[in-house]
Ligand binder design. Structure first.
Ligand code: BG6
Length: 505
């Protein structure tokens, strides 16, 4: 972390009337304000296509806070103090005039401030608009301030494939230095995700066993109960591979597999993550079918409510070939992980919403207990639960109390709620504060994004060019297509059911 309390700051939010600002960015800024993390001098300038007065815009944002903030509805007095720093400007992102007006507004805002503010341009727009906004920021000299005082935040998806990610990187790097670019993957801001590094690198007992000698395989499961809802149009061009695996899931994998960084400095950490992506075994076209399974949800019932299949969702092609589920087997070809499979799966309309990493350890080399003692025997397993429960459980064998020697599996649990209460910052709070403080540790570097695309390109290409003949191949409220079971069962394993305490009801 650099300077703790941020310096004066101006946020210029493109796409400020959209969902992301309403649900996530603005409630996070408001909570930072409440927790005293915002500097005395700050301003939020929202821009968007629609015409809003400052008052109407503020009211919209207030509604978002009242609906989505983890701290509940806003208090009148606090909101008053916060919202007077918010203004709105209708802007056509293709028009130079809009950028000149933004420039004038920035100049006007910082008048009378005792220090030069950091100006943060936040692209909360659909990714198609990133290039035009970036080019116009440059053309209208909005990025010509001191490099330490100008930053750009780019939401995902960062590119649609390797080529588009490369050209977006090139375009951004022509305008900004890499250390001015903050590529968001909001999973990295989640409290329990940040804790993976703390858990691994602040505890000496783990390092000796964190390798192929003790770990049999790793499972990463990011499942969602929701369907695509109103995002059909976006999702049709994405699919779960681009939407979840290329970024969130691979980032989790990197945190599990990375080597110890020599310090917590942003580039040291990011170097070690890039090493993982570069060590991952490339897919040979003939192996894709065996190692990567895709699925698309059909209709079904979720918690007593009938839900449509993907092809029946709004803005979705009734013959869509877009996958809403993927299960993939990866290998990390280095000394630490040689031969250890990493199974990942993610999908929508699955039975349960949960993000869980399971580390399965090897079995004991020799069993000394009689058969009747070990009915419930299970290899040690470490379960890192990111959401909804935030916990780390180590499953070990223990003797059941009684006169007989009966062993069963028990959990040693570290649970956030019990240890720290429920006051956990939202991912966006962490990420916005880091952006203000100039800390890029939890953001994706350009080479990282490209390495992740490069790894997945053969799968993307294969799935795009060969239509799936069996879509839809799983029903809502299931755990995905049967082939996903086969993918892991072939190796003698199965997908772990999620820990009971993370289940609803
Ligand atoms: C987003 C995806 O990046 O992550 C969405 O675009 C997905 O499709 C969401 O629903 C999941 O995030 P979370 O924080 O709810 O797990």
């Amino acid at each position: 972390m650099l300077d703790l309390k941020p310096q004066p700051v101006i946020f210029v939010i493109f796409g400020a009337t959209g969902d992301l600002n309403w649900r996530k960015i603005n409630p996070a800024l408001y909570n930072l304000f409440l927790d005293n993390w915002l500097p005395e001098q700050f301003a939020i300038l929202g821009t968007g296509r629609s015409k809003y007065s400052d008052t109407d815009f503020r009211n919209k944002l207030l509604d978002g806070i009242n609906k989505f903030s983890r701290k509940g509805a806003a208090d009148n007095g606090d909101w008053e103090k916060f919202s007077k720093n918010i203004t709105y400007q209708a802007a056509d992102i293709n028009d130079d005039k809009a950028y000149q007006e933004i420039g004038e507004k920035i100049a006007e805002l910082k008048k009378g401030w005792n220090k030069e503010p950091t100006v943060i341009f936040y692209m909360a727009v659909a990714s198609d608009f990133f290039p035009v906004i970036a080019k116009n920021i440059k053309k209208n000299k909005l990025a010509s301030g001191h490099p330490d005082k100008t930053r750009i935040v780019v939401e995902k998806p960062f590119g649609n494939d390797l080529e588009s990610a490369r050209s977006l990187n090139k375009l951004l790097c022509d305008i900004f230095d890499e250390n001015q670019i903050y590529r968001i993957d909001h999973y990295l801001g989640k409290e329990a995700v940040q804790n993976i590094m703390a858990f691994r690198f602040a505890n000496s007992i783990l390092e000796p066993i964190w390798n192929r000698n003790y770990i049999q395989h790793v499972q990463i499961s990011v499942s969602e109960q929701i369907g695509v809802g109103s995002r059909g149009q976006f999702y049709e061009g994405a699919g779960v591979l681009r939407d979840m695996i290329q970024n969130h899931v691979l980032q989790l994998l990197c945190l599990v597999a990375m080597e110890n960084p020599i310090s917590f400095q942003a580039d040291e950490v990011r170097n070690r993550k890039v090493d993982v992506l570069r060590s991952m075994r490339p897919f040979q076209p003939e192996e894709i079918k065996r190692n990567a399974v895709r699925g698309q949800y059909g209709e079904g019932w979720i918690e007593g409510v009938k839900v449509p299949g993907y092809r029946e969702e709004a803005d979705v092609d009734p013959k869509s070939n877009t996958e809403t589920f993927a299960a993939i087997k990866f290998f990390v070809d280095n000394w630490r992980w040689h031969g250890v499979p990493f199974y990942v799966r993610s999908g929508k309309r699955l039975h349960q919403s949960a993000s869980i990493i399971s580390i399965q350890f090897r079995d004991v080399p020799h069993l000394v207990f009689p058969d009747e003692a070990i009915d419930n025997w299970r290899q040690n397993r470490l379960i890192i639960s990111i959401q909804p429960e935030m916990s780390i459980r180590l499953q070990v064998q223990a003797k059941k109390p009684g006169l007989e020697m009966i062993l069963n599996t028990v959990d040693m649990v570290f649970d956030y709620d019990n240890n720290y209460g429920k006051e956990t910052p939202e991912a966006y709070e962490t990420l916005l504060l880091d952006t203000m403080q100039g800390d890029q540790t939890l953001f994706m570097r350009g080479d990282q994004v490209e390495a992740a695309w490069e790894l997945l390109m053969p799968v993307l290409h294969s799935w795009q060019t060969k239509s799936s003949l069996d879509f839809p191949n799983y029903s809502a409220d299931s755990w995905g297509p049967e082939l996903a079971e086969a993918l892991i069962a072939r190796d003698g394993f199965h997908w772990f059911s999620l820990p009971k305490s993370t289940k609803k009801g």
